[in-house]
Design a protein around this ligand. Structure first.
Ligand SMILES: Nc1nc2c(ncn2[C@@H]2O[C@H](COP(=O)(O)OP(=O)(O)O)[C@@H](O)[C@H]2O)c(=O)[nH]1
Ligand SMILES: [Mg+2]
Length: 688
């Protein structure tokens, strides 16, 4: 089917895990494709197709389900509700500006609030689908009140249930006052009883008033008692939805297939085409700003928002076509890799199923296979009209574990497999720490890392052990001390002769400094660099616990040399000996890394979080209201107290909290903890 950009709807389905997003998308696809709907529990949905999803009975990765319906192209993005996989969501919110927030029978859960705040932050016009209306004891009026209380005043009812709870069998469209009822597989119109009619007429009036409020001329018409035309109401509602003033609330049941078709029709009417974002800004070869309109008449460009690796299919890249169009078999260019490649395999997606396409146009979501080196965050463009779009801003890595292979022979292969899996997820990071030689796997939480390790095991068959990462302390000194270093060996052959007197003490900053105050050439100038070299080699390892030393100043102030046996090697060694001799007299101590963390948590849990911070030696810097019902706390906390924080914060805040952290400074380990830290972390014995 051919379609134009204005007929495309890219819609992301969000909401707490288990609210029914996958089931809803499945039902929409089933209605449109006229095929039976799969079920999450029977592991046969279009969206949840990976082995990890089938094992967990929940989405772990965002699936794209592209459907043709009444001349429209629907690209439905079934997002995972779990926070561990938020990268998939963040990755598209710069350009997907239409969403359906799915609620489980009107429960407003933590994940739902988080997603709602995210949609607000990114300015995404949103529908609220009150799913599972068939469940017992659901009372829609209470649901509406909860929506108002927890999500702000935006929720406006576009449909109203005929019966609540297990008698739920139909609904009224508040915009048209038409009602439908389920009769087996059929959906039949019904007449409203007087009470319901009165109720929904009132709601309709409120809706029309909302519309009138968006426009002065309409408001005048409304208050003078004149009826607004159907077109005025529809376009007024659309504007209110697009501006974010109104989030339409629609009721239904995905499993009973009630309200699903109405949702689809309303999404098409009220949610925008990709052209809503008008343009995307990028950079050209010379780093100058380039603007691409979401239009077929611009040069081709596309942004890769997701990369998936499959043992059999290889790597697939999911792309949002920002501008222009692309014929199958054309060349595409990537500026970061400076490479041109052929788009030889291009698909539309139905979950795991890839349907070959001949052409992709601005605003559409498509997939490419066999694009060498291309991965999430890359831009594809026309070689003659280069553009690179900025990457999505992903959350920072907050949880790390040291990884080693269960079977040490597999170490190299395990690492390669980890890199493969990590390439799919911008919130997974692999680093080798030079100081400890540990291989660290970083991500968003314990369960997030376990997911990655599970996947490595399922896909490649390698198992890993995990361990706590080591904090990298530093050493420094608090007072001055001097020492003599003598390196003298004169028995037989060419000898060694170097004697230095050096003073060591605090440098006044984090830097190590070497100076000299030699009078009368007791150590000739040409040997000073060797002394300096010996000093800088020494500070790689402190004598207290074996950590690198910072903030140490060394002054070479006296010494002796021998006209035949002195050489650079002798003076280098003499400096090392002087350092070793003096170090423990300089009142050495340990410095620990202090992180600056920013925590976001819903109001009700701030007390928990603050109490816990106190026990982590934190210094709270600020606490501010941020977003609807959430607080932002910033604090300085020793890294050693944060190793498990990603897990603990979830517990403390019932999943509502998140945080990010960055290195701030080094600070002295408190004296009451010093001996314990040295005992637990000393590298001196191990290394010798
Ligand atoms: N009773 C009822 N159960 C539903 C409905 N929609 C989904 N479910 C069930 O809720 C569970 C979670 O659904 P799923 O689609 O995986 O939720 P997701 O995590 O939001 O994708 C599954 O067991 C579904 O069968 C509904 O409308 N009514
Ligand atoms: Mg799901």
């Amino acid at each position: 089917m051919s379609y134009t950009t204005d007929k495309i709807r890219n819609i992301i389905f969000l909401g707490h895990q288990g609210s029914g997003k996958t089931t809803l998308v499945e039902q929409i696809a089933s209605n449109i494709l006229k095929q039976p709907a799969g079920s999450v529990d029977r592991k046969n949905t279009i969206s949840d197709f990976t082995p990890e999803e089938k094992a967990r009975l929940t989405s772990c990765s965002m699936a794209v389900v592209s459907l043709d319906y009444n001349g429209y192209r629907l690209n439905l993005l079934d997002a995972p509700g779990n926070d561990d996989f938020v990268a998939d969501v963040i990755g598209v919110l710069d350009f997907v500006k239409a969403a359906v927030l799915v609620l489980d029978a009107g429960k407003i859960e933590v994940g739902t609030i988080k997603h709602f705040n995210l949609l607000k932050k990114y300015g995404v016009p949103t529908f609220i689908f009150v799913n599972k209306m068939d469940k017992e004891l659901v009372n829609f009026d209470e649901v509406l009140e909860k929506i108002t209380n927890s999500l702000g005043k935006k929720g406006v009812s576009f449909t109203y249930p005929l019966n609540d709870g297990k008698h739920f069998n139909g609904f009224v469209d508040v915009t048209t006052l038409k009602a439908v009822k389920a009769d087996g597989h059929k959906r039949v119109p019904v007449e409203l009883d007087e009470a319901t009619k009165a109720k929904v007429s009132e709601m309709n009036n409120a809706l029309v008033e909302q519309v009138a409020l968006t426009d002065d001329a309409l408001l005048e018409k409304f208050f003078s008692g004149e009826a607004l035309s159907a077109e005025e109401i529809a376009s007024g509602l659309k504007n209110a939805v697009l501006s974010g003033e109104v989030a339409p609330v629609v009721v239904g049941s995905s499993t009973e297939n009630i309200g699903v078709n109405t949702l689809v029709d309303m999404m098409i009417t009220y949610l925008p085409s990709p052209a809503f974002i008008k343009e995307m800004k990028g950079k050209d070869r010379g780093n100058r700003e380039v603007i691409r309109k979401i239009s077929e008449s611009e040069p081709f460009s596309a942004y890769i928002f997701k990369t998936v690796y499959d043992q059999y299919k290889g790597t697939t890249n999911y792309a949002f076509v920002v501008s222009g169009s692309l014929e199958l078999g054309s060349d595409v260019y990537n500026a970061e890799l400076n490479s041109t490649m052929r788009a030889s395999q291009m698909f539309s997606l139905l979950g795991a199923k890839q349907n070959n396409i001949q052409k992709a146009i601005a605003g559409d979501i498509v997939a490419f296979a066999k694009l060498d080196g291309i991965t999430t965050g890359h831009t594809l463009c026309d070689k003659n009209d280069v553009v690179t779009f900025p990457r999505a801003k992903y959350p920072t890595i907050v949880y790390r574990r040291a990884i080693s292979a269960k079977n040490s022979r597999d170490e190299e292969k395990l690492i390669q497999a980890l890199y493969r899996v990590a390439a799919e997820d911008p919130t997974i990071e692999i680093t080798r720490v030079p100081e400890t030689k540990q291989l660290l796997l970083g991500g968003l939480s314990d369960s997030h890392l376990n997911f990655v390790l599970d996947k490595v095991k399922n896909t490649f068959g390698f198992e890993a052990n995990t361990d706590a990462p080591q904090v990298i302390y530093r050493e420094t000194v608090k007072r001055e001390a001097s020492a003599v270093g003598r390196y003298v060996k004169q028995s037989g052959g060419s000898g060694f002769y170097g004697v230095v007197e050096m003073r060591f003490g605090p440098s006044g900053s984090d830097e190590n400094i070497f100076t000299e105050e030699i009078f009368g050439g007791t150590v000739p100038k040409n040997y000073h660099p060797a002394v300096e070299k010996g000093f800088f080699e020494s500070v790689q390892e402190g004598q207290l616990a074996g950590f690198p030393v910072i903030g140490l100043k060394a002054v070479l102030f006296d010494g002796k040399y021998h006209s035949v046996d002195s050489n650079e090697q002798a003076f280098r060694m003499a400096a090392i000996l002087a350092y070793r001799e003096a170090y423990m007299n300089c009142a050495p101590t340990l410095l620990e890394p202090i992180m600056k963390i920013t925590i976001s948590v819903t109001n009700e849990f701030t007390g928990n979080v603050m109490n816990d911070l106190n026990q982590r030696r934190a210094r709270v810097l600020s606490m501010d209201e941020s977003g609807y019902g959430t607080q932002e706390i910033t604090a300085l906390v020793p890294e050693a107290e944060l190793l498990d924080y990603a897990i603990k914060l979830r517990v403390l805040s019932q999943g509502s909290g998140s945080f990010n952290s960055e290195f701030d400074s080094y600070q002295e380990v408190p004296s009451n903890l010093l001996q314990g830290v040295i005992a637990a972390n000393s590298r001196l014995e191990k290394d010798k």
